[in-house]
Design a protein around this ligand. Structure first.
Ligand code: NCD
Ligand code: ZN
Ligand code: ZN
Length: 351
């Protein structure tokens, strides 16, 4: 049986949510990942360092109560992110830096995605905050889509690169920026054209699927996430750069739980839940293009290097053995959570 032992990976983009959700999401994430970058788009969002510290405590309480090994418990390390708003100040950034637990600041253009109503309306007007982040070495994580109603949903990422991101980079050339969950060849090529301050995360769904999976033969709501899946040529380019060995591209699952009934709905929520199977999903994607030898750096090395953190010392072993992904997990109070590829067979498993 083929096996693949990797340095323990980190997830540089995950949504754990809050409250009762943590009982499901935290043990799932901790199964595979050591450090996880916890997205701050809660209701209400994590806007201050004090809120980030309190949120981290709630995650650690859920971890303590989880039914997982003590080894995994002690390895799991949630890293916090502040949600940038129109009111974030340069002082907020200084406070975040001195806390030692805030790893980054997240930019959601207002209205771009799930729980982004408090996001930034005048992005280029946030210069003082970007200046402070640049000075303190705090990375900016971006959900890179414009939100104007007149822009086609399939063009929103490219328009963000041209109209917003290129201006931020020009004005703040030493600001570290992660283009989160990139979905197009345009974003991949844009990232490649920048210096080492600019990197990108790629999700398993954007490597494995394209918009046909979402739309052909009926709408499949569990493939609906933002930025939306694009055409196959974009999927192929993402696979190319993810498996190229270029350190600008690394793992960020964007695992984003929504209760099943809120996705299988006339106005379904955006987000794919992949936390438990993310690593086997990435393995399937890399294996599909004969690039399993490139998985370890993508999953476990390049992200840590970008964030200036040590690479993990433990390992995880994948085995090429079929598993069936569960139809659902119990979630919140009597609800269910449907994972990406629920009920389907995956070629890889975690040993
Ligand atoms: C994410 C969520 O549900 O919080 N949804 C998604 O479709 N990706 C938000 C995000 O990362 O944009
Ligand atoms: Zn996003
Ligand atoms: Zn996300």
């Amino acid at each position: 049986m083929q096996t693949l032992t990797l340095i323990q990976p980190d997830d540089w983009h995950i949504h754990l949510r809050d409250g009762q959700a943590l009982a499901t999401t935290v043990p799932h994430a901790a199964t595979s990942f050591n450090r996880v970058i916890c997205m701050p788009n809660l209701v209400p969002p994590i806007k201050t360092t004090a809120q980030a510290i309190a949120y981290r405590e709630r995650i650690l309480t859920a971890l303590a109560n989880a039914d997982i090994s003590d080894t995994r418990k002690s390895a799991f390390d949630p890293r916090m992110v502040l949600y940038l708003t129109d009111h974030t100040t340069a002082d907020d950034i200084a406070t975040a830096k001195s806390s030692g637990i805030v790893q980054a600041v997240k930019l959601y253009p207002a209205g771009a995605t799930t729980n982004s109503a408090d996001g930034v309306t005048d992005i280029l007007g946030r210069g003082a905050v970007f200046e402070s982040m640049q000075k303190h070495g705090i990375p900016l994580l971006v959900h890179g889509e414009v939100t104007h109603n007149d822009v086609d949903i399939f063009d929103r990422e490219k328009r963000f690169l041209d109209e917003i991101l290129s201006v931020i980079i020009k004005n703040f050339p030493n600001l570290n920026i992660v283009m989160e969950h990139i979905t197009t060849s345009d974003a991949a090529d844009f990232c490649l054209a920048q210096d080492e301050h600019i990197a990108a995360t790629i999700t398993p769904q954007h490597l494995l699927f394209n918009r046909n999976h979402l739309l052909v033969g009926g709408v499949k709501p569990h493939f609906y996430c933002l930025p939306i899946l694009k055409r196959e040529s974009h999927q192929k380019r993402l696979l190319e750069v993810a498996t190229s060995g270029n350190p600008k591209f690394f793992l960020g699952t964007d695992s984003a739980p929504h209760a099943t009934h809120t996705k299988e709905n006339a106005c379904g929520c955006a987000g794919c839940y992949s936390a438990v199977h993310a690593l086997p999903l990435y393995a399937a994607a890399f294996d599909g293009v004969g690039a399993l030898d490139k998985l370890e750096n993508f999953a476990s090395v390049f992200g840590a290097k970008f964030y200036g953190l040590p690479v993990n010392t433990s390992t995880i072993t994948l085995i090429k053995q079929e598993q069936t992904i569960p139809q659902s997990y119990s979630y919140l109070d009597g609800k269910t959570l449907t994972p990406l590829l629920a009920g389907q067979t995956l070629a890889w498993s975690i040993q």
